[in-house]
Design a protein around this ligand. Sequence first.
Ligand SMILES: Nc1nc2c(ncn2[C@@H]2O[C@H](COP(=O)(O)OP(=O)(O)OP(=O)(O)O)[C@@H](O)[C@H]2O)c(=O)[nH]1
Length: 220
Amino acid sequence: IGTMIDGDYDFLIKLLALGDSGVGKTTFLYRYTDNKFNPKFITTVGIDFREKRVVYNSAGPNGTTGKTFKVHLQLWDTAGQERFRSLTTAFFRDAMGFLLMFDLTSQQSFLNVRNWMSKAQERTFLENKLILVCPSPSFLESIRMLHPKKHLHFKEKYVVPYFETSAATGHNVEKAVITLLDLIMKRMEQCVDKTPVSDAANGGNSKLDPEKTEEKKCAC
Ligand SMILES: Nc1nc2c(ncn2[C@@H]2O[C@H](COP(=O)(O)OP(=O)(O)OP(=O)(O)O)[C@@H](O)[C@H]2O)c(=O)[nH]1
């Protein structure tokens, strides 16, 4: 039964959390998947992952609701510690989107966002990936004023959506993940729309194979 349930989804989406050690990556993902808060700090050794199923409604024409897809979210949790760096960065390539995190109470972790961005860039074609920046745990007005538009700008090239989240209260946690998922799904739909083999040509089978979608190596 387990295997049957395991395969029962339309899309497999891989997201990866990155950022300094202690910024709250594990705690954020735990809040998202289990809706619980863990106040203890147990540093991640190497890499870990959590999973969650969500239902995604694509937008149809003129604001109508389009198709509904079952999405299997694989959330990779990387160790922030330097000693695991070569192991964790090897996983960057397969991620479809990144949750880049810093701690609003740690200026150093904010300054390091830029370094994490470069590391992700070295190991992926960043243009094809989506990044969200989520600080935790709570709010500091001084940092918030740095980017009032809720976007961070990197090298004038990348503008990344920005969310202030709290794993303790759950504030914005789901919203951040769903926003990233939404951006990825929209891009995938664009890719599928551009491919010559349409659903109709596929015998009317509207079930999209995530592996095949990936194989198409669409440049969008
Ligand atoms: N109050 C509060 N504490 C948080 C929040 N997020 C994380 N923490 C705490 O910060 C500590 C570190 O959190 P982790 O999630 O283990 O940090 P990490 O980024 O996964 O660390 P590494 O695995 O070493 O990379 C824990 O004690 C958490 O309880 C938050 O949103 N609010």
